[in-house]
Design a binder for this molecule. Structure first.
Ligand code: C5P
Length: 407
C-alpha cells in the first residue's frame, strides 16, 4: 500500500472520474479504482447501461465509496445526474475499458448515455484505454476514430498484445490497471505548477502589413501552435504574455494577450516585454518585408502593372538573441527544402537555445491543421517527433523549456 502511494504520488487528493463501458475488460476497472483510492484519489464512476452486465454497480460503488452513475436521472426520486458538474468535478476523466462502440460515438459526438454526455462537456484531460478484439481494433474505422480523438487531445493508453476474450491472440487487450494508473499519475503530475514564478513571452500568428486602408500582405499562419504553447506554459504555472497577430482563437486560460497587427508593432511589444522575462518562444510568422509607404487612401486601379516597393522588417528573434544574456530563447523554422541545414543556421544566427523545425513536405505539418510533425534541434543534436496533435507537440516543447528553466 505504501509503495502504491509513492508510485502514484500525483494522485493524492485528485478527482478521477472513471467511465466503464461494456467490455469483458471491465473487471480490470475494479482493480484500477482500488489503486487510485489507495493512492489517495477520490473516484466517481459512470457506467454505460451495458457495462452493468460485465461488472456490478455494487462492486464499483463499494470500491469507489461513491454511488454509481448510469442514468441521466435517478428513477426513484427524479434527481438529475448532471454531466456538467461531473465534468467540472473531475481533474481527469478516464474511460477504461473503452469499447469500439464508445470510441466511435465519442469521435462523432453521439450523446445517448451519461458517460458520453459527460465526455462532451468535460474540460479536464480525457484518457481512453481501448479494449476489443484484434480485428475490431485494427479496423480502419476504429483507427480513424482513435486518430480523430487523439487530434482533439484525448490521450490514449494503447492496448497490449496477448490472449483475448475471444480466444484469439493479438493487439486489443486493455492495458493493465498499473499501467493506466501510472499514465494518469504522469498526466496529473504535469498539471503541477512546475513553472510557477517564471515569466514567458510567446509570439504567435501572422503579422499584417498594410498596403492601403483596405489591402495588406500576410501569410497562412493560424496561430494554433503558439496558442497551444502559451496554454501549456500557463497550465504549468508560468506567467505568459502572448503577443498575437490577428486570429479568431480563444485566449488560453491564464494567458495575457497583447494584440498587434504589423511586424513593427510586434517588435515593439516583444522587445519591450523581454527585459523582465525569463524567456521567449518565437512562434509568430512575421513578415520579412513591409510596404515602404502605406497609402492613406485606397489605391485606385490603373490600366498598367503596379509595383509596391517593400522594405525589410526588423527581425524580432535576432534582436532578442543579441540581448538575451542567460534568458531562454526558442525559435521556429518553417522550411520547404534543405530543412535541417536552414534550421541549424537560424539556431546560430538568432542565438536560440533550441529551434523547432516544421517541414512543409511532411503530411499533417504546418499551417491551420490541428496536427504537427516537428524536429527539435539544439547544439547537441536533433530529436524528430512523430505526427502528434499541436497540443501534444506543445507539451513536448514545454517539457524542454521546463528542463532548461528549472535545472
Ligand atoms: O528567418 P526566419 O523568419 O525563417 O526565422 C524564423 C524564426 O524567427 C521564428 O522563430 C520567427 O518567429 C522569428 N522571426 C522574428 N521576427 C522576424 C522574422 C522571424 O521573430 N522578423
Amino acid at each position: 500500500m505504501a509503495s502504491e502511494k509513492a508510485a502514484y504520488a500525483a494522485l493524492a487528493g485528485r478527482h478521477i472520474l472513471l467511465g466503464i463501458t461494456g467490455s469483458i475488460a471491465a473487471y480490470k476497472a475494479a482493480m484500477l479504482c482500488r489503486l487510485w483510492r489507495t493512492a489517495g484519489a477520490e473516484v466517481q464512476v459512470v457506467m454505460t447501461p451495458l457495462a452493468k452486465q460485465f461488472i456490478t454497480p455494487l462492486t464499483m460503488a463499494t470500491l469507489s465509496k461513491n454511488p454509481i452513475l448510469v442514468e441521466f436521472f435517478n428513477p426513484e426520486n427524479g434527481a438529475w445526474n448532471s454531466h456538467v458538474s461531473l465534468g467540472e468535478w473531475a481533474d481527469c476523466y478516464v474511460i477504461a475499458p473503452a469499447t469500439a462502440n464508445t470510441l466511435a460515438k465519442m469521435a462523432t459526438g453521439v450523446a445517448d448515455n451519461l458517460l458520453l454526455t459527460t465526455y462532451l462537456s468535460a474540460r479536464c484531460p480525457v484518457v481512453v484505454a481501448p479494449a476489443m478484439d484484434l480485428d475490431m481494433y485494427a479496423h480502419e474505422a476504429t483507427q480513424q476514430n482513435l486518430h480523430t480523438l487523439a487530434r482533439r487531445g484525448v490521450r490514449i493508453v494503447e492496448p497490449g498484445t496477448g490472449e483475448l476474450a475471444s480466444g484469439l491472440s493479438g493487439k486489443g487487450r486493455m492495458a493493465e490497471p498499473e499501467e493506466i494508473a501510472a499514465f494518469v499519475n504522469e498526466l496529473l503530475d504535469g498539471g503541477r505548477k512546475t513553472l510557477a514564478g517564471k515569466r514567458l513571452i510567446v509570439t504567435a500568428g501572422a503579422t499584417i502589413e498594410a498596403i492601403d486602408p483596405v489591402r495588406f500582405i500576410s501569410n497562412h499562419s493560424s496561430g494554433k501552435m503558439g496558442y497551444a504553447i502559451a496554454g501549456e506554459l500557463a497550465a504549468r504555472g508560468a506567467e505568459v504574455t502572448l503577443i498575437s497577430g490577428r486570429t479568431a482563437l480563444p485566449v488560453p486560460p491564464g494567458v495575457k494577450r497583447v494584440d498587434v497587427l504589423s511586424a513593427d508593432e510586434m517588435y515593439e511589444a516583444t522587445v519591450g516585454a523581454f527585459d523582465t522575462a525569463d524567456g521567449a518562444v518565437m512562434c509568430a510568422a512575421v513578415a520579412d518585408y513591409t510596404p515602404e509607404n502605406v497609402s492613406q487612401t485606397k489605391i485606385k486601379k490603373g490600366d498598367g502593372e503596379m509595383y509596391i516597393r517593400l522594405r525589410r522588417t526588423r527581425d524580432i528573434a535576432a534582436e532578442l538573441g543579441a540581448r538575451k544574456g542567460n534568458r531562454l530563447l526558442v525559435g521556429f523554422a518553417l522550411e520547404t527544402d534543405d530543412e535541417e541545414a536552414h534550421a541549424q543556421s537560424k539556431l546560430e544566427k538568432k542565438n536560440f537555445d533550441f529551434i523547432v523545425l516544421n517541414s512543409l513536405r511532411d503530411a499533417g505539418a504546418g499551417f491551420r491543421g490541428d496536427t504537427n510533425k516537428v524536429t527539435l534541434i539544439d547544439r547537441a543534436g536533433s530529436e524528430e517527433l512523430p505526427l502528434m496533435s499541436k497540443r501534444e507537440v506543445a507539451a513536448r516543447i514545454v517539457d524542454r523549456i521546463e528542463g532548461l528553466l528549472t535545472r
